[in-house]
Design a protein around this ligand. Structure first.
Ligand SMILES: O=c1[nH]c(=O)n([C@H]2C[C@H](O)[C@@H](COP(=O)(O)O)O2)cc1CO
Length: 173
């Protein structure tokens, strides 16, 4: 059974890194199914959940049936058409069913911080990626949560992402 990865990145807190998120998501696809591909979509407000619905339909496993029905209800609805509660509840459902949270945390975001806290509570394995060359300082509440096993924080340059993912997912085999 393939891994499920929840990718987290800033949306309302700023979209400067949206293209980087898309490239990271593309790499993560080698390691599992990324449930939150819309985070890397530079026109996230126009994400069409029909694609997700079609993909979900290919999953024949019974345990996905409920999700399929839910996604069907959202068919043809864009991200911007979802209520705040629908976004929150959908994302929490995806986080709950995911095995890993990978978060790009350079652009500080309340939503990403919230997802990280919830992921810890749900006992997910978390990888946080931070680019120090931006001159920003990562919150102590993220860096200080590092435990070298289930909560990993990596300072990185984009060129280092492939090797970080390789090492992270190899160790998690
Ligand atoms: O429209 C949305 N869709 C969505 O999935 N999110 C989730 C996924 C992102 O990892 C995170 C971004 O939070 P924020 O918008 O506070 O930067 O929250 C957040 C929003 C907007 O807050």
């Amino acid at each position: 059974m393939s891994r499920k990865i929840y990718f987290a990145g800033s949306i309302r807190a700023g979209r400067d890194d949206a293209d980087l998120y898309a490239r990271l998501i593309e790499q993560l696809r080698q390691y599992g199914k990324v449930l939150t591909e819309h985070v890397g979509n530079s026109s996230v407000e126009k994400v069409n959940l029909l694609k997700k619905y079609i993909f979900t339909c290919y999953e024949s496993h019974l345990q996905h049936f409920v999700m399929v029905v839910r996604h069907k209800q959202m068919i043809n609805r864009e991200e911007k058409d979802l209520s705040e509660k629908e976004i929150h509840d959908r994302d929490m459902e995806w986080l709950n069913e995911s095995d890993y949270l990978v978060a790009e945390v350079t652009q500080p975001s309340l939503g990403v911080g919230y997802e990280i806290g919830r992921a810890i509570d749900l006992k997910k394995t978390v990888l946080c990626l931070f680019r120090p060359q931006t001159g920003k300082r990562l919150s102590a509440m993220i860096r200080g949560a590092e435990n070298e096993s289930t909560f990993i924080v990596k300072d990185y340059k984009e060129s280092e992402a492939p090797s970080i993912f390789k090492e992270f997912f190899k160790e998690e085999l």
